[in-house]
Design a protein around this ligand. Structure first.
Ligand SMILES: [Fe+2]
Ligand SMILES: [Fe+2]
Length: 174
């Protein structure tokens, strides 16, 4: 086994965290969809799909590293929101939490002298920079827009912050 028992269980935890993020973004996307905010809904369905991909990267790594995959229980996502700003703020908070979780995994890999896992985690370190920036910008735009949510819709559409490679086949480009 390439990874330690401790690393194995930390990676299993992160599988749960990424699936949890995916469920949270599905929940937020459904809220936006219900509010008639199609661009925001598509963007968050796409984010949900990306978080599932993140979970699967961890799954595959645990298996490749000869570890034992144990997916933890995932907490139910928050389903009700008072405003678009609240939902986007929750998403930014979530990304900050995930960034801390990834940093902790990197710290553990360094402590254990586990360069293979450190190298695997590097992709996530870069990804978190992108995700934090995107979500932070979106929150700024939501705050600027105030009640004019169509401005936010236009921003999301214009900036193409929805990627096209998520794999649901529904979220992007429709
Ligand atoms: Fe993620
Ligand atoms: Fe994320």
């Amino acid at each position: 086994m390439i990874i330690s028992k401790k690393m194995n269980s930390a990676l299993n935890e992160q599988v749960g965290n990424e699936f949890g993020a995916s469920l949270q973004y599905v929940s937020i996307a459904a809220y936006f969809s219900g509010e008639g905010l199609t661009e925001l809904a598509n963007h968050f369905y796409q984010q949900a799909s990306e978080e599932r991909d993140h979970a699967m990267r961890f799954v595959k790594y645990v298996v490749d590293a000869g570890g034992k995959l144990e997916i933890p229980a995932v907490k139910a996502p928050k389903g009700a929101f008072k405003s678009v700003a609240e939902a986007v703020k929750l998403s930014l908070d979530w990304e900050q939490t995930v960034t801390r979780q990834i940093n902790d995994l990197v710290d553990l890999s360094t402590k254990e002298g586990d360069h293979i896992t450190a190298n695997f985690l590097n992709w996530f370190v870069n990804e978190q920079l992108e995700e934090l920036t995107t979500m932070d910008n979106l929150l700024k735009v939501v705050k600027l827009a105030g009640d004019n949510l169509l401005y936010v819709e236009e921003y999301v559409a214009r900036h193409g912050i929805t990627k096209n490679d998520g794999g649901t086949g529904q979220a992007a480009g429709e």
